[in-house]
Design a protein around this ligand. Sequence first.
Ligand code: AMP
Length: 397
Amino acid sequence: MKTIDSINFSQKKALIRVDFNVPLNEEFEVTDNTRIKAAIPTLKKILKDGGSIVLMSHLGRPKDGPADKYSLKHIIKEASNLLGTEIKFADDCISEKSFQQSSALKPGEVLLLENLRFHKEEEKGNEVFAQKLSKHGNIYVNDAFGTAHRAHASTAVMAQFFEPQNKCFGYVMAGEISSIDKVLNKSEKPFTAIIGGAKVSDKIMIIEQLMNKADNIIIGGGMAFTFVKAMGGKIGKSLCEDDRLETAKQLLDKAKAKGIAMHIPVDAVIADDFSNDANTKEVDITQIPEGWMGLDIGSNSIKQFGEVIKKSKTILWNGPMGVFEMSNFEKGTKQVAYDIAEATKGAAYSLIGGGDSVAAINKYNLADQVSYVSTGGGALLEYIEQGTLPGIKAIEN
Ligand code: AMP
């Protein structure tokens, strides 16, 4: 893997695709700076070498060209503070003025380009636009794992305009790639994948891929009920994708044929309404009464899953075990998070990925007690499904 460590940036101008797509409040202040913070080591290494930097990113989903609320000017203050260096700003990413600004940069200086998505060519992966953008620097660095599954102009298409020795991954990308590689290709056994969340349909491909790698697959969250119904259980009005019952059955059969242990919850916390104030009780997951829905895994499932997790040497977690946003239905997700932290203390390697599992790990303050917390939700899932991503292929080719 070619990383920024293999290049001396002295007197070079690094054109870096970062992921500064951060949430802003109504006053346009950054409310979560995790993604900006993550990019800082890459920027510091390049500045320390004596290079200059042109930063490219998107922010939000502007539909019709420039819109003030999606301007990257709002994040300059936060990024400058975190970097400890002034960041200049170009108010359009391909204007003549922006090219004057980038060519005037001196070693140690940093320029941020305005939101790439103000030009529709970015998301279309337009080659002319990508080539134009590429003129801002002489070394291309991709450090935006969160968008590496998109074949956009700045995330993939642009790489072809740089010689192989002039393109590489930043530390965020390198960390993500080696973490997934460790889990998928160098896993110590037993390898347990914990998959939760709302929908089976979103996770079919990933479960199929994991069947080639994992020893245990734990299923939780809303998607478990499609499996339970497929096995003949009564699930009341729990979440269910009736058009996926056959798929669920096939996945169970396939796991059995391959000798993989599929762990489906045995009990559930059920509620008579989708509300934290609903009446609740704990029942056998195959016997949910009419009018009730399962919103968390039950205590026997928590115990069984915990035993599997704590014996594991490699763990991948994507998706919550229940509606953990509501305090009455967070127990399963919370305990899984704690069990993963305990297994990690006992020398397991644990990778947490996907928006909601990352939110859960943060909610329980366990981010520093697991091995790696991925910054990319969709990108991580697609990487597991496909074995690579457009943003990775573009640098490696
Ligand atoms: P996903 O985006 O597919 O990973 O799903 C995450 C969402 O699934 C979270 O917002 C959870 O609240 C929701 N979820 C988890 N378990 C259940 C359940 N049993 N019923 C309904 N929603 C659930």
